[in-house]
Write a protein that binds this ligand. Sequence first.
Ligand SMILES: [Zn+2]
Length: 180
Amino acid sequence: MTHSELILLGDAVWLDFVNSARGRTLSPPDLLPDAQAYARWSRALQLDAGGSADFPLALSFRHQLSALAEALHAGLQPPAASITAINAQLAHAPGTHQLTRVSGTWRLRFAPLRPAGTLEAVARSAAATLADPQTFVRQCAAETCSLFFSDDSPNQSRRWCTPALCGQNGRVERRRGQLH
Ligand SMILES: [Zn+2]
């Protein structure tokens, strides 16, 4: 896998993880077909995938996060199983809570004791999105594109995963309410 084969929008790690099973075409290939691909994907994001025994858990976590992204895009409550899976991953990360001053404001931050494993980092990213009322999860409006992105623009006006690839003239926009 080269970097050009990765789909990394860079909005949120957990959405990049969910998007690894999606794409801009109707039947996109799974970018994480095996443990080796998962390890390469993790390395590209400077995360530690762990051993290949962790791969089945990664796939089931991705499935639960996909359900979460679909629910958020549809304006529904997050599935309970997705929240449980996120909390289970958050519980793995050893670290301490610390008060830090950022631009004159006190923030409560979690300082991990070791570099984050992939699923821990993905879980933290999903938790941060859920905990931020100003961030919305959307699916790209292009007809054949199933990628999710996060939108924290003031009036939630973002419609495309990548304007240059999906927002150009000639693309048929997905009809309102139609997911695929
Ligand atoms: Zn798109």
